[in-house]
Design a protein around this ligand. Structure first.
Ligand code: NAD
Length: 395
């Protein structure tokens, strides 16, 4: 099969197996180039390990400190005439590379919100690893079937209280327009908190703790975003922001649990806005990212998922002085994004952007090439005209 990108709105419905593997290899090479992370993790559970920040965390743990990793994700393998999802190919690429380096790497593909997948993960840890010393929680999902009630909760990306109007961009067509989003109702708010809040992270950590699968001093981290005022109505103060507040609540509960387990800790890391499958679905945010990329690239401070996670591990999680927390107890690897000079640059460009000047005022080209890379397209050294086998099995 010759595989080309087929972009439909904010998703690409095809993925390139060799390109995805090459993308993972770029990440592995970045982590190796930074040298070993001293006293890093040894046995790591990554929940949401196949793309974005979770995959970058897994690559950092494995190739920065030789950790054994168990990855949990929800991806679709290839079917007749249809490629697999990129996370499937990424994980195959990662697992081959880890095995070649002599590292333990196992995967569980299924619904992380379910009791069944939790039980499978616990069983695998008990049998293969004994205990884990780091748990990364990096799920981004549009829905969750509640394991106790069976109710399917669907998350929404809406403002809270009042409707919100701002600029947005159709990243595929390059059209800048005004979008008005009506506020969420109470049910939508509750559903978004049920999906993206902290309850599931707590269920994972309690299950691991009850089964005595957390090594003394084990740590756990989940990811959040805050961003600048221009996105607050849709992010920080919107439905997703309320879910992230609940994730912070869960971080405090889990932190107490881990403190009692040999002085461990749990916290939230606030990460930079980046092109991922999850962020491309949020209105307004892709336009902000396209402007941000232009400014941070010009300043020489641009980072992707892997640079962010390598910095989180080396400068916070496993640094000799320990993590640096803000007044809310969060680690801020969004610090370079939030620098006043960077944000002043965004604020200056934001009102000026139109469809006509999108290419010059923003880094829409960089946004698009990053987006295609998520699906394995545009990687150096890959012949995209060549036949490639889309049906590849998880090792
Ligand atoms: P992503 O879409 O790239 O990754 C999501 C992961 O979750 C994938 O591995 C996917 O397989 C897995 N997943 C989804 N539903 C699942 C389920 N039911 N069971 C098992 N696995 C499931 O997302 P991302 O952007 O890397 O987001 C990860 C976290 O980082 C989220 O909490 C997000 O809010 C946060 N974050 C993202 C950004 C950003 O700009 N992308 C910025 C800061 C924080």
């Amino acid at each position: 099969m010759i595989i080309k990108p087929k972009v439909r709105g904010f998703v690409c419905v095809t993925a390139h197996p060799a390109g995805c593997a090459a993308h993972v290899n770029e990440w592995i090479n970045h982590v190796k180039s930074k040298g070993p992370i001293k006293n890093g993790p040894k046995k790591v559970l990554v929940i949401g390990s196949s793309t974005g920040y979770g995959l970058a965390s897994r690559v950092t743990a494995a190739f920065g400190s030789g950790a054994a990793t168990l990855g949990i994700f929800y991806e679709r393998p290839s079917e007749e005439g249809r490629t697999a999802t990129p996370g499937w190919y990424n994980t195959i690429g990662f697992t081959h590379a880890a095995h070649a380096a002599g590292l333990y790497a196992k995967n569980i593909n299924g619904d992380a919100f379910s009791n069944e997948i939790k039980a499978q993960a616990l069983e695998t840890i008990k049998k293969d690893l004994g205990q884990v010393d780091l748990v990364i929680y990096s799920l981004a999902s549009p829905r969750r079937t509640h394991p106790a009630t069976g109710v399917v909760h669907k998350s929404v990306l809406k403002p809270v209280g009042v409707s919100y109007t701002n600029k947005t961009v159709d990243t595929d067509k390059g059209v800048v327009s005004q979008v008005t989003i009506d506020p969420a109702n109470e049910q939508e708010i509750a559903d978004t908190v049920a999906v993206m809040g902290g309850e599931d992270w707590e269920l994972w950590m309690r299950a691991l703790s009850d089964a005595k699968l957390l090594a003394p001093g084990a740590q756990s981290v989940a990811y959040s975003y805050i961003g600048p005022e221009v996105t607050w109505a849709i992010y920080k103060n919107g439905t997703i922001g309320l879910a992230k507040n609940d994730l912070e609540r869960a971080a405090r509960t889990i932190d107490s649990l881990l403190k009692l387990n040999g002085g461990g800790r749990a916290f939230i890391s606030v990460n930079k806005a980046l092109v991922t499958q999850a962020s491309s679905a949020i209105p307004v945010v892709p336009l902000y990212i396209a402007i941000l990329y232009r400014i941070m690239k010009a300043a020489g401070t641009h980072e992707g998922c892997i640079e962010q996670m390598q910095r989180l591990f080396a400068d916070h999680l496993y640094s000799a002085r320990g993590p640096v927390f803000d007044e809310g107890g969060r680690v801020r690897v969004d610090d370079w994004e939030m620098r006043p000079g960077v944000q002043a640059g965004v604020a200056e460009i934001w009102p000026k952007v139109t469809t006509e000047n999108l290419a010059t005022e923003t880094d829409i080209a960089g946004y698009r090439s990053e987006f295609l890379k998520l699906f394995g397209f545009g990687l150096a050294g890959i012949d995209y005209e060549a036949e490639v086998e889309p049906h590849i099995l998880m090792p």
